[in-house]
Design a binder for this molecule. Structure first.
Ligand SMILES: Cc1cc2nc3c(=O)[nH]c(=O)nc-3n(C[C@H](O)[C@H](O)[C@H](O)COP(=O)(O)OP(=O)(O)OC[C@H]3O[C@@H](n4cnc5c(N)ncnc54)[C@H](O)[C@@H]3O)c2cc1C
Length: 352
């Protein structure tokens, strides 16, 4: 714990003094306040199971829930997901999220959207879940994946008067350089309530060390790519269509759906979808979203385009690499550009 600004005490009682203290304690799975929740598995527990359950309920529909659902389903576990919202991976563009939902259902994962779990009973060797309509349903086990919370309890922050998030959130409130409300105390990454992603934590750590050393260079705009490593993957960078609408931005949507050219002759056509959000006023790319194999890789390349502030015309001047999937993003804004693979019909796209 932090005893005083400049003084840390370890659990063995050792006292360590330092002019600056950086809190980088990460986050821990959120255990919701519902009866029996403490008996459920958390994401870390899955790696320590002696054997796999035949059936598993996953509570939550975010990226951790969907990734574990895919993984365990492929190991032969009958997976049922319960999500209180009306979509999986809520922060992703709705077209990408809907495609993931359809793909997971087609694989055999049972997905119950708009369903809240009100109680869990794991006392009789199996897991009984009580749903919000009062019915119960049984599985071999249940895993909670309803979010993660900054791991700052036990550090003595409240006693020191370090400002923390409102509404019971426990992230350390920091400025752009990671400094907390008390000089000499800093926080980065998940503990500071940043977007809970490894590269964000790494960037925060570097900025914080720079600032402690007296360097405070201009900070570029944050362009944070993200992905779900589901099967298939989803990748995203920049504004979703819903975020652009909510921000009152005038924009155009460009999208394409097709099967991967390299999988055309196989019995397993791999569906790909890509979508760009383009500013109407100047053609600048505001967001690019991918669904399909290697969507995470594509989102990383999309982040280069967004970070460089490219317009769709500038992206379209890039020479494509054929045959690749990401070459299709080059011609997203060009209706005359042929798709190198079987496209979904315009009617099918419009019907979505
Ligand atoms: C299942 C899962 C999948 C994920 N997948 C991705 C992904 O694909 N891509 C991505 O970018 N991010 C992913 N993340 C998120 C990513 O892991 C975190 O955002 C990132 O690790 C945050 O870094 P951090 O340094 O803030 O904390 P962490 O990496 O969590 O490090 C915190 C460390 O502090 C230690 N600690 C905690 N309390 C104390 C204490 N009191 N004293 C001493 N040590 C303490 C912890 O044991 C831990 O080792 C995933 C997270 C989970 C749970």
């Amino acid at each position: 714990m932090i005893e005083l600004p400049g003084v840390v005490r370890t659990d063995s009682g050792r006292r360590v003094e330092a002019a600056d203290i950086m809190i980088a304690t990460g986050a821990a799975p959120l255990v919701p306040n519902l009866p029996g929740a403490a008996g459920a598995l958390l994401s870390d527990d899955i790696f320590h199971l002696a054997s796999l359950p035949e059936s598993l309920a996953i509570v939550g529909g975010g990226y951790i829930a969907t990734e574990f659902a895919c993984l365990l389903h492929r190991f032969g576990v009958a997976v049922t997901m319960f999500e209180v919202g009306d979509r999986l991976i809520a922060g992703f563009d709705h077209d990408v999220a809907d495609r993931l939902e359809r793909a997971l259902r087609a694989q055999g994962i049972d997905i119950r959207l708009g369903t809240r779990i009100d109680a869990i009973d794991t006392t009789r060797s199996r897991a009984t879940l009580t749903l919000d309509d009062g019915t119960t349903t049984r599985f071999d086990d249940v895993m909670l994946a309803v979010g993660r919370r900054p791991a700052t309890s036990g550090l003595g922050l409240a006693e020191l008067g370090v400002a923390q998030g409102a509404d019971g959130a426990v992230e350390v409130e920091v400025d752009a350089w990671g400094e907390a409300s008390i000089p000499g105390i800093h926080a980065i990454g998940d503990a500071a309530g940043a977007m809970m992603l490894t590269p964000v934590a790494v960037r925060d750590g570097r900025r914080c060390i720079d600032a402690i050393r007296g360097h405070r260079p201009d900070q570029p705009e944050d362009i944070v790519p993200t992905a779900t490593f589901t099967t298939p993957e989803c990748g995203s960078v920049g504004l979703t269509e819903a975020e652009a609408s909510a921000a009152g931005i005038a924009f155009e949507v460009r999208s394409k759906a097709f099967s991967m050219l390299t999988a055309v002759l196989s019995n397993d056509p791999q569906d790909v979808f890509m979508k760009a959000i383009v500013a109407r006023k100047d053609g600048r790319l505001l967001g690019i979203h991918f669904f399909g194999p290697h969507a995470g890789e594509a989102a990383q390349m999309g982040a280069v385009a967004l970070s460089a502030g490219l317009t769709e015309a500038e992206l379209g001047r890039t020479m494509s690499l054929h045959p690749s999937t990401s070459e299709e993003v080059i011609g997203l804004g060009d209706p005359d550009m042929p798709i190198h693979g079987p496209a979904e019909t315009a009617e099918a796209l419009a019907a979505e």
